[in-house]
Design a protein around this ligand. Sequence first.
Ligand code: VG1
Ligand code: CO
Length: 543
Amino acid sequence: MTQIATVATQPIPGQKPGTSGLRKKTPVFMGRHYLENFVQSIFDVVGAAGKTFVLGGDGRYFNDRAAQVILRMAAANGAARVLVGQGAILSTPAASHLIRLNKTDGGIIMSASHNPGGPNEDFGVKFNMPNGGPAPEGVTEAMYKRTTEITEYKVLEAQDVDLSRVGRHRLGEMIVDVVDPVADYAALMETLFDFPAIRAMFAGGFRMRMDSMCAVTGPYAVEILENRLGAPKGTCVNAAPLPDFGGLHPDPNPTWAKALMDEMFGPSAPDFGAASDGDGDRNMVVGRGIYVSPSDSLAVLAANAHLAPGYAKGLKGVARSMPTSAAADRVADALGIGKYETPTGWKFFGNLLDAGRATICGEESFGTGSDHVREKDGLWAILLWLNILAVRRQSVAEILGEHWAKYGRNYYSRHDFEAIETAKADAMMAALRGSLAGLPGRQVEGMTIRTADDFAYTDPVDGSVSQKQGVRVLFEDGSRIVYRLSGTGTEGATLRVYLERYAPGPDGLDHDAQAALAPVIRAAHRIAAIAEHTGRSAPDVVT
Ligand code: VG1
Ligand code: CO
């Protein structure tokens, strides 16, 4: 017999959900009533009775235990059915696809994405809507508010469900369907890309390295790249998801994916390299001896997407987050299609995708995706690159070179200052916001400031307004600096400074982005008085 217990609790407000879901240190999530309070708050807001949800996570420490708790709570709250990835594993894009494919009422994804995992690292929970996309601000606000009021939660008193095998189980009145986490996603990729052409490229000797960083994309990458596309065994490395990601930061950038960078710049570099993050929604691509900045990757994918069967009819529009470089805008202008600039975070693309206004979206933080799901999708971007390489029969360097020759080059970099004392970071941003009116016309590092503002976004579909999404300083020569505080960190504050400078031709500036951006970087430090406020004169991570 199974019984529903109603457990008395007291409010434990999570921090306001940031860019994606709730993230906390794992011991916090494992603390008394913490996970339960948040999950009950989700169900209280969206309703569970009679509904069907998807559940899965990136395999990090506590993923398996949390899945059992969430299942018992879904059953106690009257859910009809939950589809769970085998082993409680689902990449974020695969979860988004399952939500859509099965027309479910949404899904719960257990992940803190690129944040490290382990008993003393990070854990996270996010809710995705029936369209497969992250819950919008109104919904996450309501969930947060609920955590401040909650007095009880419901949980079924029952044994664990065996999630190790695919098949159907019952938990009280609720059906639990354990599904293969990879199969439906891989099938979707086959509908979008020219698998025979990519297979022929591998058969012809093309070599790649795929680094899954001991996170969730390993099983997906092995099945798609090695099993279905015929890439040699061993193409995928760090392919077994581990609870602590092998001690790695599963963040696909040149700093954390250093092994991949070293190989791609070394003497025996393969033709193409790629890495993905903890939950599989982000990607870094690297050519032999050349790094592809995410903003450039978005632009190249938009310019060449028609070479893949899924996009042969062309794109409806391209959307980018505000801090992402304007490289994609130039492509949209050339194609004569819509372009959109949204705040940071994938949830802002959902309405544009649902309304059919944008087909491809991207962020400077190594996230790209399309209307095939409602999340960014790391392997999707890697496969689109492979499709383009297979059709154009050129190297990554040649493709980038031709792109810059045609559109000009947006030199771009992001500087992150991590774990700053929150009060200091807040004071710096407040002072910067206070100084905006006096900035236009000022000369800094030989450049003249044209405009300075705090980005506010009005959603063109539903009219909702999001304020204070980042300070933008634009110069007369088209250079740009953006300042914002991260919404995903769990330790102090992370200041992100986004730097951009445009050169009309490929050879207008030094080829090294940091060198090309040097005056913009100096101006960024001066305008915000970063060192004076935070004591930091150099960033911790440069991408
Ligand atoms: C970061 C990135 C943002 C991304 C978000 C979630 O947010 O900058 O572009 O959408 O992470 O990605 P923030 O607020 O820390 O700058 V993931 O892969 O963590 O779901
Ligand atoms: Co992620």
